[in-house]
Design a protein around this ligand. Structure first.
Ligand SMILES: *Cc1c(COP(=O)(O)O)cnc(C)c1O
Length: 463
Protein backbone atom coordinates (compact mmCIF):
# COMPACT_ATOMS: atom_id res chain seq x y z
CA UNK A 1 0.00 0.00 0.00
CA UNK A 2 1.30 3.43 -0.98
CA UNK A 3 0.25 6.82 0.34
CA UNK A 4 -0.31 10.10 -1.48
CA UNK A 5 -0.95 13.72 -0.46
CA UNK A 6 -4.35 15.43 -0.54
CA UNK A 7 -2.71 18.36 -2.38
CA UNK A 8 -1.58 16.39 -5.39
CA UNK A 9 1.94 15.13 -4.58
CA UNK A 10 1.66 11.49 -5.68
CA UNK A 11 5.25 10.41 -4.87
CA UNK A 12 4.59 6.90 -3.57
CA UNK A 13 5.41 6.51 0.13
CA UNK A 14 4.97 3.49 2.35
CA UNK A 15 3.54 3.36 5.85
CA UNK A 16 6.82 3.60 7.79
CA UNK A 17 7.94 6.54 5.60
CA UNK A 18 4.97 8.60 6.78
CA UNK A 19 4.72 7.18 10.33
CA UNK A 20 7.21 9.65 11.80
CA UNK A 21 6.16 12.59 9.58
CA UNK A 22 3.49 15.27 9.94
CA UNK A 23 2.26 17.03 6.83
CA UNK A 24 3.28 15.94 3.33
CA UNK A 25 5.96 18.19 1.77
CA UNK A 26 3.31 20.02 -0.32
CA UNK A 27 1.35 20.89 2.85
CA UNK A 28 -1.29 18.19 2.31
CA UNK A 29 -2.28 15.20 4.43
CA UNK A 30 -1.47 11.59 3.65
CA UNK A 31 -4.12 9.11 2.54
CA UNK A 32 -3.84 5.62 1.08
CA UNK A 33 -3.97 5.40 -2.72
CA UNK A 34 -7.10 3.25 -2.41
CA UNK A 35 -9.34 2.01 0.40
CA UNK A 36 -9.08 -1.78 0.71
CA UNK A 37 -12.53 -3.38 0.46
CA UNK A 38 -13.83 -5.68 3.18
CA UNK A 39 -16.25 -8.25 1.76
CA UNK A 40 -19.04 -10.12 3.49
CA UNK A 41 -16.99 -13.27 4.14
CA UNK A 42 -14.12 -11.28 5.66
CA UNK A 43 -16.44 -9.31 7.93
CA UNK A 44 -18.02 -12.58 9.07
CA UNK A 45 -14.61 -14.04 9.85
CA UNK A 46 -13.72 -10.91 11.83
CA UNK A 47 -16.81 -11.35 14.02
CA UNK A 48 -15.01 -13.97 16.07
CA UNK A 49 -11.80 -12.02 16.69
CA UNK A 50 -10.49 -10.30 19.80
CA UNK A 51 -9.97 -6.53 19.52
CA UNK A 52 -6.20 -6.98 19.21
CA UNK A 53 -6.58 -9.53 16.40
CA UNK A 54 -9.17 -7.39 14.62
CA UNK A 55 -6.76 -4.46 14.85
CA UNK A 56 -4.04 -6.62 13.32
CA UNK A 57 -6.30 -7.63 10.39
CA UNK A 58 -7.28 -4.03 9.62
CA UNK A 59 -3.79 -2.57 10.07
CA UNK A 60 -2.35 -5.29 7.82
CA UNK A 61 -4.42 -3.96 4.92
CA UNK A 62 -2.55 -0.66 5.17
CA UNK A 63 0.89 -1.63 6.49
CA UNK A 64 3.08 -3.85 4.31
CA UNK A 65 6.49 -2.74 5.52
CA UNK A 66 6.38 -4.26 9.02
CA UNK A 67 6.59 -8.09 9.14
CA UNK A 68 3.18 -9.59 10.01
CA UNK A 69 4.45 -11.33 13.17
CA UNK A 70 5.90 -8.09 14.50
CA UNK A 71 2.72 -6.12 13.78
CA UNK A 72 0.60 -8.80 15.41
CA UNK A 73 2.83 -8.76 18.51
CA UNK A 74 2.40 -4.98 18.70
CA UNK A 75 -1.43 -5.04 18.54
CA UNK A 76 -1.52 -7.85 21.13
CA UNK A 77 0.76 -5.87 23.46
CA UNK A 78 -1.31 -2.67 23.14
CA UNK A 79 -4.99 -3.71 23.06
CA UNK A 80 -5.26 -5.57 26.35
CA UNK A 81 -7.70 -5.61 29.25
CA UNK A 82 -4.87 -4.34 31.49
CA UNK A 83 -4.49 -1.14 29.47
CA UNK A 84 -8.12 -0.66 28.38
CA UNK A 85 -10.06 -2.09 31.30
CA UNK A 86 -12.17 -4.78 29.58
CA UNK A 87 -11.64 -7.71 27.22
CA UNK A 88 -13.91 -5.99 24.66
CA UNK A 89 -11.62 -2.90 24.85
CA UNK A 90 -14.49 -0.74 23.44
CA UNK A 91 -17.61 -2.16 25.16
CA UNK A 92 -21.16 -1.01 24.38
CA UNK A 93 -23.53 0.39 27.03
CA UNK A 94 -27.12 0.17 25.76
CA UNK A 95 -29.41 3.12 26.47
CA UNK A 96 -32.43 1.55 24.75
CA UNK A 97 -33.18 -1.01 22.03
CA UNK A 98 -31.45 0.88 19.25
CA UNK A 99 -29.01 3.24 20.91
CA UNK A 100 -25.76 2.59 22.77
CA UNK A 101 -22.59 4.30 23.88
CA UNK A 102 -19.35 2.80 22.57
CA UNK A 103 -16.80 3.24 25.37
CA UNK A 104 -13.51 4.52 23.98
CA UNK A 105 -12.16 6.16 27.11
CA UNK A 106 -11.12 3.37 29.44
CA UNK A 107 -7.42 3.73 28.66
CA UNK A 108 -4.81 5.29 30.97
CA UNK A 109 -5.85 8.96 30.48
CA UNK A 110 -9.64 8.40 30.33
CA UNK A 111 -10.15 9.88 26.86
CA UNK A 112 -10.47 8.21 23.45
CA UNK A 113 -7.09 9.55 22.31
CA UNK A 114 -5.47 6.64 24.16
CA UNK A 115 -6.97 4.25 21.57
CA UNK A 116 -4.62 5.61 18.90
CA UNK A 117 -1.80 7.04 20.96
CA UNK A 118 -1.01 3.76 22.74
CA UNK A 119 -0.53 2.11 19.34
CA UNK A 120 1.53 5.05 18.10
CA UNK A 121 3.88 4.73 21.09
CA UNK A 122 4.51 1.07 20.32
CA UNK A 123 4.97 1.73 16.58
CA UNK A 124 7.41 4.60 17.25
CA UNK A 125 9.52 2.49 19.61
CA UNK A 126 9.56 -0.35 17.08
CA UNK A 127 10.47 1.74 14.05
CA UNK A 128 13.04 3.93 15.82
CA UNK A 129 14.69 0.79 17.23
CA UNK A 130 14.78 -0.76 13.76
CA UNK A 131 16.45 2.37 12.34
CA UNK A 132 18.71 2.98 15.33
CA UNK A 133 17.31 6.52 15.62
CA UNK A 134 15.84 8.68 18.36
CA UNK A 135 13.02 11.24 18.26
CA UNK A 136 12.09 14.21 20.44
CA UNK A 137 8.38 14.85 20.35
CA UNK A 138 7.35 18.47 20.80
CA UNK A 139 3.70 19.27 21.31
CA UNK A 140 1.19 21.74 22.73
CA UNK A 141 -1.88 20.64 24.63
CA UNK A 142 -4.91 22.08 26.32
CA UNK A 143 -5.60 18.72 27.96
CA UNK A 144 -6.36 15.35 26.40
CA UNK A 145 -3.73 15.08 23.64
CA UNK A 146 -0.76 15.87 25.85
CA UNK A 147 -1.62 13.38 28.55
CA UNK A 148 -2.43 10.64 26.02
CA UNK A 149 0.94 11.23 24.30
CA UNK A 150 2.85 11.18 27.57
CA UNK A 151 1.22 7.97 28.84
CA UNK A 152 1.87 6.34 25.45
CA UNK A 153 5.54 7.35 25.28
CA UNK A 154 6.58 7.09 28.94
CA UNK A 155 9.54 4.79 29.38
CA UNK A 156 9.78 4.12 25.62
CA UNK A 157 13.30 3.70 24.25
CA UNK A 158 14.47 6.32 21.77
CA UNK A 159 11.65 8.81 22.48
CA UNK A 160 11.52 11.98 24.59
CA UNK A 161 8.39 14.10 24.99
CA UNK A 162 8.41 17.89 25.51
CA UNK A 163 4.80 18.92 26.14
CA UNK A 164 3.80 22.57 26.45
CA UNK A 165 0.59 23.48 28.29
CA UNK A 166 -0.88 26.82 29.41
CA UNK A 167 0.17 27.31 33.04
CA UNK A 168 -2.77 26.89 35.42
CA UNK A 169 -5.40 26.55 32.72
CA UNK A 170 -6.00 22.81 32.52
CA UNK A 171 -8.41 21.16 34.96
CA UNK A 172 -6.75 20.09 38.26
CA UNK A 173 -7.28 16.45 37.28
CA UNK A 174 -5.63 16.94 33.87
CA UNK A 175 -2.67 18.75 35.44
CA UNK A 176 -2.26 16.00 38.02
CA UNK A 177 -2.37 13.31 35.32
CA UNK A 178 0.46 14.88 33.36
CA UNK A 179 2.62 16.44 36.03
CA UNK A 180 2.69 13.40 38.32
CA UNK A 181 4.63 11.37 35.73
CA UNK A 182 8.17 10.82 37.00
CA UNK A 183 9.62 9.18 33.86
CA UNK A 184 12.93 10.68 32.77
CA UNK A 185 11.85 10.89 29.10
CA UNK A 186 8.73 13.00 29.83
CA UNK A 187 9.14 16.78 30.12
CA UNK A 188 6.21 18.97 31.15
CA UNK A 189 6.62 22.65 30.32
CA UNK A 190 3.93 24.97 31.71
CA UNK A 191 3.99 28.20 29.72
CA UNK A 192 2.78 31.48 31.23
CA UNK A 193 0.13 32.15 28.59
CA UNK A 194 -2.83 30.56 26.80
CA UNK A 195 -2.99 27.48 24.56
CA UNK A 196 -2.34 29.55 21.42
CA UNK A 197 0.95 30.81 22.91
CA UNK A 198 2.02 27.17 23.36
CA UNK A 199 0.95 26.34 19.81
CA UNK A 200 2.88 29.35 18.44
CA UNK A 201 6.06 28.24 20.22
CA UNK A 202 5.74 24.73 18.76
CA UNK A 203 5.30 26.23 15.29
CA UNK A 204 8.28 28.58 15.73
CA UNK A 205 10.54 25.71 16.84
CA UNK A 206 9.33 23.47 13.99
CA UNK A 207 9.91 26.23 11.43
CA UNK A 208 13.56 26.55 12.52
CA UNK A 209 14.65 23.72 10.21
CA UNK A 210 18.27 23.68 11.42
CA UNK A 211 17.18 23.35 15.07
CA UNK A 212 14.55 20.80 14.11
CA UNK A 213 17.04 18.60 12.28
CA UNK A 214 19.80 18.89 14.86
CA UNK A 215 17.45 18.02 17.73
CA UNK A 216 15.39 15.43 15.79
CA UNK A 217 12.07 17.14 16.58
CA UNK A 218 8.87 15.26 15.71
CA UNK A 219 5.16 15.52 16.51
CA UNK A 220 2.20 13.29 17.35
CA UNK A 221 -0.62 15.57 16.23
CA UNK A 222 -3.98 14.37 15.06
CA UNK A 223 -3.14 14.56 11.35
CA UNK A 224 -0.79 11.57 11.74
CA UNK A 225 -2.15 8.79 9.50
CA UNK A 226 -1.25 6.03 11.97
CA UNK A 227 -3.47 7.65 14.61
CA UNK A 228 -6.36 7.82 12.19
CA UNK A 229 -5.85 4.22 11.11
CA UNK A 230 -5.88 3.00 14.72
CA UNK A 231 -9.26 4.69 15.14
CA UNK A 232 -10.78 2.85 12.15
CA UNK A 233 -10.65 -0.37 14.18
CA UNK A 234 -13.26 0.63 16.76
CA UNK A 235 -15.86 1.41 14.10
CA UNK A 236 -15.57 -2.24 13.04
CA UNK A 237 -15.52 -3.40 16.68
CA UNK A 238 -18.64 -1.34 17.47
CA UNK A 239 -20.46 -2.59 14.38
CA UNK A 240 -19.64 -6.22 15.16
CA UNK A 241 -20.87 -5.92 18.75
CA UNK A 242 -24.11 -4.17 17.72
CA UNK A 243 -25.16 -6.56 14.92
CA UNK A 244 -25.71 -10.24 14.24
CA UNK A 245 -25.57 -10.08 10.45
CA UNK A 246 -23.88 -7.91 7.85
CA UNK A 247 -27.30 -7.05 6.38
CA UNK A 248 -27.80 -4.64 9.27
CA UNK A 249 -26.71 -1.03 9.00
CA UNK A 250 -25.50 1.00 11.98
CA UNK A 251 -25.06 4.77 12.38
CA UNK A 252 -22.42 6.51 14.48
CA UNK A 253 -22.51 9.89 16.22
CA UNK A 254 -19.12 11.43 16.89
CA UNK A 255 -18.35 14.41 19.17
CA UNK A 256 -16.01 16.29 16.85
CA UNK A 257 -13.26 18.89 17.01
CA UNK A 258 -10.39 18.32 14.61
CA UNK A 259 -12.44 15.81 12.58
CA UNK A 260 -9.92 13.02 13.30
CA UNK A 261 -12.30 10.65 15.02
CA UNK A 262 -15.17 10.92 12.51
CA UNK A 263 -12.69 10.84 9.59
CA UNK A 264 -11.75 7.34 10.76
CA UNK A 265 -15.46 6.49 10.49
CA UNK A 266 -15.41 7.80 6.92
CA UNK A 267 -12.48 5.49 6.14
CA UNK A 268 -14.33 2.51 7.67
CA UNK A 269 -17.39 3.32 5.57
CA UNK A 270 -15.26 3.66 2.41
CA UNK A 271 -13.89 0.16 3.17
CA UNK A 272 -17.43 -1.20 2.95
CA UNK A 273 -18.47 -1.34 6.62
CA UNK A 274 -22.31 -1.05 6.55
CA UNK A 275 -22.53 2.41 8.14
CA UNK A 276 -25.74 4.33 7.42
CA UNK A 277 -25.02 7.76 8.86
CA UNK A 278 -21.94 9.45 10.25
CA UNK A 279 -23.33 12.17 12.50
CA UNK A 280 -20.89 14.99 13.26
CA UNK A 281 -21.73 16.61 16.62
CA UNK A 282 -20.14 19.97 17.43
CA UNK A 283 -20.43 22.29 20.41
CA UNK A 284 -20.81 26.09 20.11
CA UNK A 285 -17.71 26.02 17.88
CA UNK A 286 -19.78 24.89 14.94
CA UNK A 287 -17.57 25.35 11.84
CA UNK A 288 -18.22 21.75 10.81
CA UNK A 289 -21.96 21.84 11.41
CA UNK A 290 -22.13 24.98 9.28
CA UNK A 291 -20.18 23.24 6.51
CA UNK A 292 -22.42 20.20 6.38
CA UNK A 293 -25.56 22.34 6.43
CA UNK A 294 -24.49 25.00 3.92
CA UNK A 295 -21.45 23.74 2.00
CA UNK A 296 -19.40 26.77 3.13
CA UNK A 297 -16.22 26.22 5.13
CA UNK A 298 -15.36 29.26 7.25
CA UNK A 299 -12.69 28.48 9.85
CA UNK A 300 -12.83 30.97 12.72
CA UNK A 301 -10.07 33.14 14.12
CA UNK A 302 -8.80 32.62 17.66
CA UNK A 303 -10.93 35.55 18.88
CA UNK A 304 -14.11 33.81 17.61
CA UNK A 305 -13.28 30.44 19.15
CA UNK A 306 -15.38 30.02 22.28
CA UNK A 307 -14.15 28.44 25.50
CA UNK A 308 -16.80 25.87 26.36
CA UNK A 309 -17.50 23.10 28.85
CA UNK A 310 -16.54 20.53 26.18
CA UNK A 311 -13.05 22.04 25.75
CA UNK A 312 -11.54 19.28 23.60
CA UNK A 313 -13.94 20.30 20.83
CA UNK A 314 -13.05 24.02 20.98
CA UNK A 315 -11.36 24.27 17.61
CA UNK A 316 -11.32 27.02 15.04
CA UNK A 317 -9.97 24.99 12.12
CA UNK A 318 -10.51 21.23 11.77
CA UNK A 319 -7.11 19.87 10.80
CA UNK A 320 -8.26 16.48 9.46
CA UNK A 321 -11.18 17.81 7.47
CA UNK A 322 -9.10 18.15 4.28
CA UNK A 323 -9.01 14.35 4.00
CA UNK A 324 -12.78 14.11 3.59
CA UNK A 325 -12.91 17.05 1.17
CA UNK A 326 -10.29 15.28 -0.99
CA UNK A 327 -12.58 12.24 -1.32
CA UNK A 328 -15.69 14.40 -1.77
CA UNK A 329 -14.05 16.26 -4.68
CA UNK A 330 -13.12 13.03 -6.46
CA UNK A 331 -9.53 13.16 -5.16
CA UNK A 332 -8.73 16.30 -7.17
CA UNK A 333 -5.54 17.47 -5.39
CA UNK A 334 -5.34 20.74 -7.33
CA UNK A 335 -8.80 21.83 -6.18
CA UNK A 336 -8.11 20.79 -2.60
CA UNK A 337 -4.94 22.87 -2.68
CA UNK A 338 -6.85 25.86 -4.01
CA UNK A 339 -9.61 25.52 -1.39
CA UNK A 340 -7.34 25.07 1.61
CA UNK A 341 -4.94 27.76 0.37
CA UNK A 342 -7.83 30.26 0.64
CA UNK A 343 -9.18 31.61 3.95
CA UNK A 344 -12.65 30.17 3.23
CA UNK A 345 -14.30 28.17 0.46
CA UNK A 346 -17.75 27.04 -0.63
CA UNK A 347 -18.88 23.90 -2.44
CA UNK A 348 -21.01 24.05 -5.57
CA UNK A 349 -24.64 22.94 -5.15
CA UNK A 350 -23.85 19.57 -6.79
CA UNK A 351 -20.89 18.97 -4.50
CA UNK A 352 -22.96 19.86 -1.46
CA UNK A 353 -25.63 17.40 -2.57
CA UNK A 354 -22.96 14.70 -2.96
CA UNK A 355 -22.23 14.77 0.80
CA UNK A 356 -25.34 12.66 1.44
CA UNK A 357 -23.73 9.81 -0.50
CA UNK A 358 -20.97 9.73 2.12
CA UNK A 359 -23.47 9.38 4.96
CA UNK A 360 -22.58 12.63 6.71
CA UNK A 361 -25.10 14.67 8.66
CA UNK A 362 -24.44 17.12 11.49
CA UNK A 363 -25.81 18.91 14.50
CA UNK A 364 -24.75 21.23 17.29
CA UNK A 365 -25.04 21.33 21.06
CA UNK A 366 -24.64 24.09 23.65
CA UNK A 367 -23.72 24.26 27.33
CA UNK A 368 -27.40 24.10 28.31
CA UNK A 369 -27.86 21.03 26.07
CA UNK A 370 -24.86 19.29 27.66
CA UNK A 371 -26.12 19.87 31.18
CA UNK A 372 -29.66 18.74 30.27
CA UNK A 373 -28.37 15.64 28.44
CA UNK A 374 -26.09 14.61 31.33
CA UNK A 375 -29.10 14.93 33.68
CA UNK A 376 -31.46 13.05 31.38
CA UNK A 377 -29.02 10.19 30.75
CA UNK A 378 -28.40 9.84 34.47
CA UNK A 379 -32.10 9.98 35.36
CA UNK A 380 -33.27 7.56 32.65
CA UNK A 381 -30.38 5.08 32.55
CA UNK A 382 -28.30 5.66 35.68
CA UNK A 383 -25.29 6.35 33.45
CA UNK A 384 -23.03 9.38 34.02
CA UNK A 385 -21.55 10.75 30.78
CA UNK A 386 -18.94 13.43 30.20
CA UNK A 387 -19.74 16.78 28.50
CA UNK A 388 -18.25 15.77 25.10
CA UNK A 389 -20.22 12.52 25.00
CA UNK A 390 -23.28 14.56 26.03
CA UNK A 391 -22.87 16.74 22.92
CA UNK A 392 -22.86 13.52 20.92
CA UNK A 393 -25.89 12.00 22.63
CA UNK A 394 -27.89 15.23 22.25
CA UNK A 395 -27.32 15.30 18.50
CA UNK A 396 -27.74 11.51 18.14
CA UNK A 397 -31.23 11.67 19.66
CA UNK A 398 -32.19 14.32 17.09
CA UNK A 399 -30.74 12.58 14.05
CA UNK A 400 -31.34 8.89 14.62
CA UNK A 401 -33.65 7.01 12.27
CA UNK A 402 -36.27 4.41 13.17
CA UNK A 403 -34.92 0.88 13.05
CA UNK A 404 -31.25 1.85 12.59
CA UNK A 405 -29.02 1.27 15.61
CA UNK A 406 -27.14 4.40 16.65
CA UNK A 407 -23.77 4.11 18.38
CA UNK A 408 -22.61 7.26 20.18
CA UNK A 409 -18.86 7.36 20.63
CA UNK A 410 -18.00 8.06 24.26
CA UNK A 411 -14.87 10.19 24.04
CA UNK A 412 -13.99 10.82 27.70
CA UNK A 413 -14.94 9.69 31.21
CA UNK A 414 -16.84 12.19 33.39
CA UNK A 415 -14.05 12.10 36.04
CA UNK A 416 -11.99 14.29 33.72
CA UNK A 417 -14.56 17.10 33.65
CA UNK A 418 -15.89 17.17 37.19
CA UNK A 419 -17.10 20.81 37.27
CA UNK A 420 -19.80 20.28 34.61
CA UNK A 421 -20.93 17.02 36.21
CA UNK A 422 -21.33 18.81 39.55
CA UNK A 423 -23.34 21.52 37.79
CA UNK A 424 -25.62 18.93 36.18
CA UNK A 425 -26.00 16.35 38.94
CA UNK A 426 -24.89 18.09 42.12
CA UNK A 427 -22.36 15.35 42.87
CA UNK A 428 -18.77 14.56 41.93
CA UNK A 429 -18.41 12.05 39.07
CA UNK A 430 -17.15 8.54 39.90
CA UNK A 431 -13.39 8.20 39.62
CA UNK A 432 -11.79 4.97 38.36
CA UNK A 433 -9.90 2.93 40.95
CA UNK A 434 -6.28 3.92 41.43
CA UNK A 435 -6.83 7.58 40.54
CA UNK A 436 -8.11 8.75 43.93
CA UNK A 437 -5.98 11.58 45.25
CA UNK A 438 -3.70 11.98 42.21
CA UNK A 439 -3.89 15.75 42.77
CA UNK A 440 -1.76 15.23 45.90
CA UNK A 441 1.11 13.41 44.15
CA UNK A 442 4.45 15.23 43.66
CA UNK A 443 4.51 17.25 40.44
CA UNK A 444 7.28 17.32 37.85
CA UNK A 445 6.87 20.46 35.70
CA UNK A 446 9.02 23.37 34.53
CA UNK A 447 7.26 26.75 34.42
CA UNK A 448 8.48 29.13 31.70
CA UNK A 449 7.67 32.44 30.05
CA UNK A 450 6.06 32.24 26.60
CA UNK A 451 9.47 32.55 24.99
CA UNK A 452 10.75 30.45 22.08
CA UNK A 453 14.40 30.92 23.12
CA UNK A 454 13.78 29.50 26.61
CA UNK A 455 11.98 26.46 25.24
CA UNK A 456 14.76 25.78 22.72
CA UNK A 457 17.42 26.09 25.41
CA UNK A 458 15.51 23.65 27.62
CA UNK A 459 15.19 21.08 24.81
CA UNK A 460 18.88 21.51 23.91
CA UNK A 461 19.90 20.84 27.51
CA UNK A 462 17.68 17.74 27.87
CA UNK A 463 18.23 15.66 24.71
C1 LIG B 1 -9.98 15.18 21.05
C2 LIG B 1 -11.35 15.03 21.63
C3 LIG B 1 -12.51 15.21 20.85
C4 LIG B 1 -12.46 15.65 19.39
O1 LIG B 1 -11.95 14.65 18.55
P1 LIG B 1 -11.46 15.00 17.06
O2 LIG B 1 -10.79 13.78 16.58
O3 LIG B 1 -10.50 16.16 17.22
O4 LIG B 1 -12.66 15.38 16.27
C5 LIG B 1 -13.75 14.99 21.43
N1 LIG B 1 -13.86 14.64 22.73
C6 LIG B 1 -12.77 14.47 23.52
C7 LIG B 1 -12.95 14.10 24.94
C8 LIG B 1 -11.48 14.64 23.00
O5 LIG B 1 -10.40 14.47 23.79
Amino acid sequence: MNYLSTRGDATPRRFCDILLEGLAPDGGLYLPQTYPQVDDATLNRWRGLSYADLAFEILSLYIDDIPADDLHAITRKVYTAEIFGTTEVTPLTWLGDHIALEGLSNGPTLAFKDMAMQLLGALFEYELGRRGETLNILGATSGDTGSAAEYAMRGKKGVNVFMLSPNGRMSPFQQAQMFSLQDANIHNIAVDGVFDDCQDIVKAVSNDLAFKREHRIGTVNSINWARLLAQVVYYFAGYIQATKSNDEQVSFTVPSGNFGNVCAGHVARMMGLPIKQLVVATNENDVLDEFFRTGAYRPRGTADTHETSSPSMDISKASNFERFVFDLLGRDGARVKQHFGAPTFALTADEHAAIAGFGFVSGRSTHADRVATIRRCHAEHGVVIDPHTADGLKVALEKREAGVTMLVLETALPAKFAATIVEALGTEPPRPAGLEGIEQLPKRVKVMLADVGQVKAYIHAHV
